[in-house]
Design a binder for this molecule. Structure first.
Ligand code: SF4
Ligand code: SF4
Length: 114
C-alpha cells in the first residue's frame, strides 16, 4: 500500500541533504590514492623476466625487447585493472596510476605503449 506521508517525509529530508553525485566532468573527480587506473611502465627498471605477462589474467600486457631496452604494450580494453602485474613485478617497474579517462571511439587506439 502506498503511504504518501512516508514519501513526503523522505522528500523533505532530501531537501536538506547535499547531493550524492558530483558534477563530473565539469568538476574534477576525487580519486582515491590507491585507485587502479592506467598502468605506467618504467623501462629502466625492467629486467625482461615477463612474469607480469605470465600472471596477467586477461593477457593484456606484452613486454618486448626493442634494441637494448624493454617496451610494454597494454590492451586497455582487455585490461581489468586488477594490478596483478604491479604486485608480481620483482623490480617495481609497473605501477597503477589514477588515470581512468581512457575512453576511445577508435578501438585500435586502445592498444598502447605505456
Ligand atoms: S615483471 Fe617487471 S621486470 Fe619482469 S618483465 Fe614485467 S615489468 Fe619487466
Ligand atoms: S592490471 Fe591486471 S589485467 Fe591489466 S595488465 Fe595488469 S595484470 Fe593484466
Amino acid at each position: 500500500m502506498i503511504r504518501p506521508g512516508k514519501m513526503l517525509r523522505e522528500v523533505l529530508k532530501s531537501l536538506t541533504k547535499k547531493p550524492a553525485t558530483i558534477k563530473y566532468p565539469a568538476k574534477a573527480a576525487n580519486i582515491p590514492d590507491r585507485f587502479r587506473g592506467r598502468l605506467k611502465f618504467e623501462a629502466e627498471k625492467c629486467i625482461g623476466c615477463k612474469l607480469c605477462m605470465k600472471d596477467c589474467p586477461a593477457n593484456a600486457i606484452v613486454i618486448e625487447k626493442v634494441g637494448d631496452k624493454f617496451e610494454a604494450t597494454v590492451d586497455l580494453d582487455k585490461c581489468i585493472y586488477c594490478a596483478q602485474c604491479v604486485d608480481t613485478c620483482p623490480k617495481k617497474a609497473l605501477r597503477a596510476t589514477t588515470n581512468f579517462e581512457l575512453a576511445q571511439l577508435d578501438k585500435r587506439k586502445l592498444k598502447v605503449k605505456i
